[in-house]
Write a protein that binds this ligand. Structure first.
Ligand code: SAM
Length: 226
């Protein structure tokens, strides 16, 4: 899934992956069950392959700083405009950096290729939220993605990773099925891995059911960079 594939999806409004509600696992693990409100201003959450996800808005409204990467300028502008956030734009090397200019929200989105990011870009990141990011990539890109993640993070950075598992014979991705075995193969060298929960979600995913899936499990992991 090269960048051109995604730019075309955004240009043709083929964005069925976009959710109008905040992700329930994010609000559970980073809401009341998560860090105390007074600690959150010290935490900066990286959202890779962010699209225009409402999760960024929720994180910001709940006291976290947000840094994201997304290749589509349409998605990035859409995020700020649809959420009525003022933003500034700056060129940074080959990339563009969009920053909210409202005092109440600290959201920066790096518009460019995730695979071109440098370690210093994620210098002050404490947490990562990966929903529809790893699973957006075909198998040959997932190892490259996991390696890049390891390269970018400092020890101790926590990731909340959401995967989907289904029979790949029933549907071509994206999203792609990622098994628990694959999560271990991708991450265990550089990360500790804790499986937090799994849930049968086929009845909640009418779009994927229409594409042929008869069973679908969502699994949530906590990874910590060693
Ligand atoms: C399946 S969508 C998920 C978006 C978001 N995580 C969400 O939950 O709505 C994947 C996103 O990754 C972006 N993307 C794909 N490859 C990328 C890359 N190499 N660098 C930056 N963004 C990328 C696409 O434009 C798309 O918005």
């Amino acid at each position: 899934m090269e960048i051109d594939f995604w730019l075309e999806r955004w240009n043709n409004n083929q964005t069925g992956f976009h959710q109008t509600q905040v992700n329930p696992y994010l609000s559970y693990f980073y809401g009341n069950k998560g860090p105390a409100a007074e600690q959150r201003e010290k935490l900066k959450v990286f959202v890779p392959l962010s699209g225009k996800s409402k999760d960024m808005l929720w994180l910001s409204q709940n006291g976290y700083k947000v840094f994201a990467v997304e290749c589509s300028d349409r998605a990035v502008k859409g995020f700020f405009e649809e959420n009525a956030l003022n933003y500034k734009y700056a060129e940074k090397d080959k990339h563009a950096l969009y920053q909210s200019s409202d005092l109440a929200s600290i959201i920066e989105i790096f518009q460019g290729d995730f695979f071109e990011m440098q370690q210093m870009d994620l210098d002050d990141i404490t947490d990562i939220f990966d929903r529809a990011s790893l699973v957006a990539l075909p198998v040959e890109m997932r190892q490259q993605y996991a390696n890049k993640m390891a390269e970018l993070q400092k020890p101790g950075v926590r990731t909340l990773l959401v995967t989907l598992t289904f029979d790949p014979a029933e549907m071509n991705g994206p999203p792609f099925s990622v098994t628990e075995e694959e999560v271990h193969a991708l991450y265990s060298e550089n990360f500790s891995i804790q499986k937090l929960l799994f849930k049968d979600v086929i009845e909640d995913e009418a779009g994927l059911k229409n594409r042929g899936l008869t069973a679908l499990v969502e699994t949530v992991y906590k990874l910590v960079r060693k």
